[in-house]
Design a binder for this molecule. Sequence first.
Ligand SMILES: [Zn+2]
Length: 115
Amino acid sequence: MHEISLVQGLLSQLQELARQNNMNRVVSITMDIGPLSGVVADSFRFGFEILAQEDDLVRDATLVINTTTVTYRCTGCDATQQTRGDKPDNCPACGELFLLAEGGDELILNRVEME
Ligand SMILES: [Zn+2]
């Protein structure tokens, strides 16, 4: 489960942020996770809950996960459609089968609230 090492990376990033800003506690964290990032949101949350317990800075923090969308662009007519990760069978406008994914592969620390 590679989410554990991603969570470890997140926690050291938070330690660094807290040190720079003289903060003692993380109140909430918002992550943007794309459906094509290869990160399973549930596993990420699970890893977070385990590791956060051993970490005074984030023990009581709330983790919010936003699942972002993927835009599929038609190579025939340029029409776009957004999904939660599922690749559409074809273009609804012209029926073209070859669609290109744009975005959806992000893993971003969107927002941190500290005190
Ligand atoms: Zn099309």
